[in-house]
Design a protein around this ligand. Sequence first.
Ligand SMILES: O=C(O)CCC(=O)C(=O)O
Length: 321
Amino acid sequence: MTFAAQPQRDLTAEEIRAFQDDGVVMLKQVLAPNWMAMVEAGIEQARQESSLLGRFMSRKVEGYQMDIFLWKRIDILRDLIYYSPCAHLAQQLMGAEEVRFFYDQMFVKEPGTDAPTPWHQDLSFWPIRGEQICSFWIPCDPVNRDNSGLLYVRGSHRWPQRFKAISPDYVASLIDEDMEDIPDINANPDQYDLVDWDMEPGDILAFHPLTLHGSYGNASRTRRRRALALRWTGDDVVYAPSSKRMPIHYKHESVAGGPLRGAAFPRILPEQEPRERAARLQAERADVGKLLSSGWHNAVAAARQKLRAKRTPTPKQTWTR
Ligand SMILES: O=C(O)CCC(=O)C(=O)O
């Protein structure tokens, strides 16, 4: 049995084609105001109750706030994931039978926050592999390029390259030196097929995790930019952990090379797993032991990265207007 709501409209063949071929599509008005109220309330609660990791990741710029795995501690976001139409929309886009929830992430840039999101691919630092994966980026404020709407390189999910991860907070430990450096896309915009959209609350940007994306800082003096990202997986996704990939601090039963399993990655469609659903009811905190040891691992890796960076500096990206 699943309790995920049906979408207010089915996606069109053109929207599904755009997701598959371009690696990104803007889905106009697919989340009704009741779901958007949950997104906004969840973000606001998360901002008040930020996690240790969130505080660490947001420490660099005043007005910038990021946090992850919010749904594990914020009930309204758990409910959004289990009951909103998002899982059905992800199922239609990915062409999958099974839909699991991978993780969520909040990105806030208050007016005037000069914090560009560097160009990056998500999959190069995620501990999963597969084709049927999609992210939903859901703003709860009107967004355009001026207040840090996301930019994409259309079709880049089909490029053969895997680029060194530059996560929005520049966590050095996740950089895989075997990957290529990301080119300075904004210095040569004519060489790339760049796309972006003006968005309203209720719209969703759906994109493949290999599609290059980034954004300018928030140059608006008045308009905030609060967004929630929800990540979904389909039938072909396997767990692929490594020291260069984002660690998962919550309980699950996935083994390397096997499918995602367990309460950290709950199945939403075609039906929920009773055991995962039961676990969902217990408030779960990230495993502090794992968090500390990965904090230690991150610190060591960051120090190593700094030493290496002296020899091969990370190429700068142009994000001035
Ligand atoms: O909101 C942002 O600035 C970054 C979003 C992003 O990189 C993502 O959702 O993968």
